[in-house]
Design a protein around this ligand. Structure first.
Ligand code: PLP
Length: 434
């Protein structure tokens, strides 16, 4: 049997350091919310492969769909010979995405690729070049997606020049308000700021798209006030700007609605989704108003692997699982419990500066000082490591890597959830403050 240490040595010898690893362990198997490493140690998974395993590791129904599909055909390329699972999935996504307008969907492979395609479509539709994005945003690592991403180190550093025509404004990050205001007396200044932005950064008539995460994912589970997106969306509509909701991390039920933007009662022009769509297989989607999606010419969009049939079948099974197991209600319950516990932690530990959440997307921001709000980056790392030693896998988030963001599978049992939360409590009490 190869140990974690031995495999780590081999990993370091053969794989560059750039593709990062949070935990120095190697998986042997995974089921539901439990990952077992090659040495036989079991971990409760609060990372979910970065928000991918919402229906649980190796979900039985997803496995059945995959097994059935691989007996038939694995790849024909949708652009060469079409297949039904692609059409079926597009139909389902067109139906479940918010709003009554007729929709169309195209499929690709990753979140970044979905983001790139959404921007391409918006440019084609508007014949404009500019894109507005946000501070603390994460949209992926391919060049255009990376350019839309906010965090410099490690994501962007050394990879310039970035794609042109990208303009960034502050997000509705109430805990660290860019305008120094407080909700609700702020009257959502950060949203109306878009109008000023057209004067100071780029004219509205040059803007093709505004792309925004309904809740920041990598940026640290930041939840904007309820009025925020309606205002942004209204200003986009006034100015013929395509409003793109990046639901790659929020999508498929994480916030207790299928799409987080539903909480804000906005029908985006385009939604991009990926991560949890296909139960762990790589698949992403761009769903938008039919007239926008149909705008680019035949052959203007696509890719060899886009909408792989095995992944499409897996995604259809994932959607069935959401219905059969009522995972949206489960996300609500999980979120309630996590929020409750995190609030308790906030009462006991001064390091917990802010707790916020929507559905099961609940974040805990760690600070060295509650007044200065100095990010507790090293302590967050220490906490994640302590949790691992005690059998809980977590990941952090935030521009300063100081936010704990649980992304547990939504099929997690109450017992596993409680155990995981107790491990966080225990680890918080053991933190060694410098
Ligand atoms: C909101 C958001 N958009 C895009 C991406 C990029 O997705 P991928 O890593 O599949 O390219 C991510 C990944 O974390 C994300 O959270």
């Amino acid at each position: 049997m190869k140990t974690n240490e031995l495999l780590l040595n081999e990993r370091n010898k053969h794989i560059p350091q750039g593709p990062f690893n949070t935990h120095p362990i190697f998986a042997k198997k995974a089921k539901g919310s439990i990952i077992t490493d090659v040495e036989g140690k079991e971990y409760i998974d609060f990372a979910g492969g970065i928000g991918v395993n919402n229906v649980g590791h190796c979900n039985e129904e997803v496995l059945k769909a995959i097994q059935d599909q691989i007996q038939k055909y694995i790849h024909t390329c949708f652009h060469v010979v079409m297949y039904e699972p692609y059409v079926e999935l597009a139909k389902r996504l067109n139906k479940i995405t918010p709003g009554d307008s007729p929709k169309k969907t195209m499929l690709v492979n990753s979140g970044a690729e979905a983001v790139e395609n959404a921007i391409k479509i918006a440019r084609h539709v508007t014949s404009r070049t500019g894109t507005i994005c946000f501070e603390d945003a994460f949209h992926g690592r391919t060049l255009l997606a990376l350019s839309l991403t906010s965090k410099m180190k490690p994501y962007k550093f050394g990879f310039a020049p970035y794609a042109p025509e990208i303009y960034r404004m502050p997000y509705a990050y109430c805990y660290r308000c860019a305008f120094g205001l407080e909700y609700p007396s702020c009257e959502i200044r950060c949203a109306y700021f878009l109008r000023d932005f057209f004067q100071t950064h780029i004219s509205a008539e040059q803007v093709a798209a505004l792309i925004v995460e309904p809740v920041l994912g990598e940026g640290g589970f930041v939840v904007p006030p309820k009025e925020y997106f309606k205002i942004l969306y209204g200003i986009c509509q006034e100015n013929g700007i395509v409003f793109i909701a990046d639901e790659v991390q929020t999508g498929f039920g994480r916030t207790a609605k299928m799409f987080a933007i539903e909480h804000y009662e906005v029908e985006p022009d385009i939604i991009v989704m990926a991560k949890s769509m296909a139960g762990g297989l790589p698949l992403s989607a761009i769903t938008g108003r039919a007239e926008l999606m149909d705008h680019p010419q035949v052959g203007g969009l696509g890719g060899t692997f886009g909408g792989n049939p095995v992944a499409c079948r897996a995604a259809l099974a994932v959607l069935d699982q959401f219905e059969k197991k009522d995972l949206l209600s489960r996300a609500e319950q999980i979120g309630k419990r996590v929020l409750e516990r995190f609030k308790e932690f906030q009462e006991h530990y001064p390091i917990v500066g802010d707790v916020r959440g929507l559905g099961a997307m609940v974040g805990m921001e760690l600070v060295r000082d509650r007044n200065t709000k100095e990010p507790a980056t090293a302590l967050t790392k220490q906490l994640v490591n302590l949790c691992r030693e005690k059998g809980l896998l977590m990941i952090s988030a935030g521009t300063h890597s100081n936010i704990i963001r649980p992304l547990m599978p939504l099929v997690i049992t109450d017992e596993e959830l409680e155990k995981g939360l107790s491990i966080i409590a225990e680890s918080l009490s053991e933190l060694k403050h410098p």
